[in-house]
Design a protein around this ligand. Structure first.
Ligand SMILES: [Fe+2]
Length: 298
């Protein structure tokens, strides 16, 4: 089977866009099961499994690897799996350990507990690394489930190329608005009067023609974020929220099991609130890695 066509670099050209759009939507996965690949050892996927995962990422910008359901605390599992898909440029966030793997679990106290990923609260729609500069955009990510909570902790997902299509079909001006170089500002992160992360101003939507990548910076949160005051952006965001909050057929939902994970090209995502159990084995733990690479650059 020929690999699905990658994003053309001249999306401004409507004919080219329509051709890409048709190919993108033809045979697009109808449900989350179509994104799944069984992998008997996620720390060492075989060639066939790697190819299947890459193919799914080419089509949908994401894939789910389903490993044997068991609890193994080993960060080498996601590191090796990511590397086998060509993800090697690990990016760190403020709360990432030296190896680039963040351990997402409920942190009762300490600096991490100030960040929602380290709580059991719901996490709204966003893409990762909105505060990264243009030279360090997060293009890929991996989420590996070590332990799941007995209740909640479901992820919801939307391919940003689908979001692009839905926005452009509704009104091409939405795209122009979101592509403005100052569309989205994430203010500086200041702790005790000290800037620990600088303000970041950039487009919400951008296309990198050298790597055939559409990149989306988006966060649904209302605080610590400033959108450019422009009617096209305002309407685009309202429309996007409608898509995200109404579970269109393109929004996938999954509750990852221990030993399984999600790899993707920084798709729109979030998670529901979860409830840890009393037993240590029922306290949710996910490993997360951000990458500067994409999965589909071949
Ligand atoms: Fe995230």
């Amino acid at each position: 089977m020929a690999p699905p066509m990658t994003l053309p670099n001249d999306l401004k050209n409507n004919e080219c866009y329509l051709h890409w759009r048709e190919e993108k939507l033809t045979g697009y996965p109808a449900n989350i099961d179509e994104l799944m690949v069984n992998v008997d050892d996620p720390s060492a996927p075989n060639g066939q499994q790697i190819e299947a995962l890459v193919d799914k990422c080419r089509k949908s910008n994401m894939a789910i690897y389903v490993g044997p359901e068991q609890i193994i605390e080993d960060k080498n599992i996601p590191i090796n799996l990511g590397a086998s898909l060509g993800l090697k440029q690990v990016d760190g966030s403020l709360t990432t350990e030296g190896d680039g793997v963040s351990e997402l679990a409920v942190a009762d106290n300490g600096e991490k507990s100030a960040y929602i990923p380290y709580t059991d609260k719901p996490l709204g729609w966003h893409t990762d690394g909105c505060y990264n500069d243009a030279d360090h955009l997060v293009h890929g990510f991996l989420l590996h489930c070590v332990r799941a909570a007995p209740k909640g902790g479901e992820n919801f997902l939307l391919d940003p190329e689908i979001a692009y299509i839905l926005l452009r079909d509704e009104d091409p001006d939405f795209i122009d608005g979101l592509m403005q170089p100052n569309a989205l500002t994430i203010p500086a992160n200041i702790e005790n009067g000290k800037v620990i992360r600088a303000e970041q101003i950039g487009p919400a939507l951008s296309i990198n023609p050298t790597i055939n990548a559409l990149h989306l910076r988006y966060t649904g949160r209302k605080t610590y974020v400033t959108w450019l005051d422009d009617p096209r952006i305002k309407e685009a965001l309202e429309f996007l929220q409608l898509i995200l909050n109404n579970d269109t057929k393109y929004v996938f939902r999954v509750k990852l099991k221990p030993g399984s994970g999600l790899v993707g090209n920084n798709v729109l995502h979030g998670r529901t609130k979860f409830y840890d159990g009393e037993d240590p084995e029922t306290k949710r733990l996910f490993y997360r890695i951000y990458y500067l690479d994409r999965i589909t650059n071949t």
